[in-house]
Design a protein around this ligand. Structure first.
Ligand SMILES: NC(=O)C1=CN([C@@H]2O[C@H](COP(=O)(O)OP(=O)(O)OC[C@H]3O[C@@H](n4cnc5c(N)ncnc54)[C@H](O)[C@@H]3O)[C@@H](O)[C@H]2O)C=CC1
Length: 411
């Protein structure tokens, strides 16, 4: 039911997030003049909450199993909202909650994250009435395993924290219900196998699917019901309404494997709402510096198309990284774009030449640019450090790993 907030380590990323996937975002809070509803209270509570998190970190597996056991034993009707095989889902729900709790006093990032999560939960059939059951299982699991630090004050902090989290999600879902479906059906209209394990999949949604270049969707295949994965759009919105995704089949990746090796035109998938804040700021005319690693080139291509459509003529440098030459599966498209648009420069970086973040720093200067990073978590993490190192301020660096890479909150 609760979507992956995503994860906190590169290893987990490899396990759980499929290529083309992106993490839950920190979209800008939506709604004009709407202030995040996380208050100063959070800082005091956040200390207690983080103390619990530190205690349970080494036994996270046990806490997770017990949490789900409590949830399903007490609320058997919720079981069918989760995938049949829980091992792939495993700690998504708990991890979402714990990530949110951890970032409780990072109000703008957290509010946006939770609003997005709340909207995204509509596709699971989540109702406001389900939230208390989840909260009780959460507290039940913490009471059982955080024995060293649990006390009345801590419990009160967790209850307040969970109440805030769930209310933001419930409100966002209710608001979204007024204007958007809970999910879209989308038919595969073409399937282009670019390498033995990378496919470009084009979809026709059953109703208009509004999104911005640089955003991503969640996707469920008919072969793995209730298992959802994230994929970035590889094109800016098109007049024909078609959507395209780049998918790499990873070992043991159920959804990615099915999309690459099994999906064919005529198959119908389900899509959740668009999400993500890695979008072009058209209020400025700063140049763009884009790093796309592997299938991470997908949203970068969408950003280039977006700049082109706005007729901005801002300088755009794209660094496209891959392990080997033959992994640069979309290089023809990128070179075609470069030929068409004089403001665009495309640089390729294979591992023979070094890794993407280091390679970018050999060029420049970049300190006047807005930066966009998309690819494996390790690449994004090192890329952010490298770009800060060459003088790009953090607020001008965009990527989809906001909760993972947000500076640890203090307080
Ligand atoms: N919006 C986003 O952030 C998106 C993220 N992705 C993610 O991108 C990944 C793509 O996977 P593959 O195509 O197999 O990429 P890959 O593993 O082949 O790597 C692509 C590039 O990233 C570099 N790289 C990898 N790990 C690095 C590290 N620790 N430090 C520095 N550079 C590193 C490689 O040198 C290479 O240039 C997937 O994990 C997918 O989930 C994909 C699409 C969109």
């Amino acid at each position: 039911m609760m979507d992956a907030p995503t994860t906190t380590t590169a290893a987990e990323h490899a396990d759980r997030i499929e290529p083309g996937a992106a993490y839950e975002p920190g979209e800008e809070p939506d709604g004009e003049g709407k202030e995040p509803r996380i208050t100063g209270r959070a800082s005091a509570d956040a200390l207690l909450v983080r103390r619990t998190l530190t205690e349970i970190a080494p036994i996270a597996d046990k806490v997770t199993s017990y949490f789900y056991a409590l949830l399903f034993v007490r609320n058997p009707e919720l079981r069918e909202m989760f995938p049949a095989a829980m091992d792939t889902q495993r700690d998504r729900l708990l991890k979402a909650l714990l990530t949110a709790a951890e970032h409780m006093d990072d109000a703008p990032v957290l509010t946006a994250y939770l609003q997005n999560l709340g909207r995204g939960h509509r596709k699971y059939g989540t109702q406001a009435a389900h939230y208390p059951a989840v909260g009780e299982a959460l507290i039940g699991a913490l009471v059982r395993y955080a024995t060293g630090t649990w006390d009345e004050e801590t419990e009160a902090a967790w209850v307040r924290t969970y109440t805030t989290i769930s209310q933001i999600m419930i409100d966002a879902a209710a608001e979204n219900e007024q204007t958007a479906p809970a999910w879209w059906h989308a038919e595969v209209v073409s399937h282009d196998l670019r390498t033995p394990d990378v496919a470009v999949v084009t979809l026709r949604p059953d109703q208009p699917y509004p999104f911005l270049a640089g955003q991503y969707t969640t996707l469920e295949t008919p072969w793995w019901p209730r298992i959802w994965r994230h994929y970035s759009f590889a094109s800016a919105p098109r007049p024909d309404g078609l959507l395209s995704l780049h998918v790499k089949a990873v070992p043991a990746g159920w959804v990615s494997g099915a999309l690459v090796h099994r999906a064919r035109p005529g198959d119908v998938l389900r899509l959740g709402p668009p999400a993500g804040s890695m979008t072009v700021d058209h209020a400025t005319d700063s140049g763009l510096l884009c790093l796309g690693g592997g299938t991470g080139i997908a949203p970068i291509k969408a950003l280039v198309e977006d700049v082109a459509e706005h007729g901005d003529r801002r300088p755009v440098d794209v660094f496209y990284g891959a392990r080997h030459d033959h992994d640069l599966y979309d290089i023809d498209t990128m070179l075609r774009l470069q030929k068409t648009f004089p403001w665009l420069s495309v640089h390729t970086v294979t591992e023979e030449q070094g890794r993407l973040p280091e390679a970018v720093c050999r060029y420049g200067p970049w300190n006047e640019r807005d930066a966009y990073l998309s690819g494996p978590l390790g690449m994004v993490r090192r890329g952010v450090d490298a770009l800060r190192g060459v003088g790009i301020p953090s607020e001008r660096i965009r990527h989809d790993f906001l909760t993972e890479l947000a500076p640890a909150a203090t307080g």
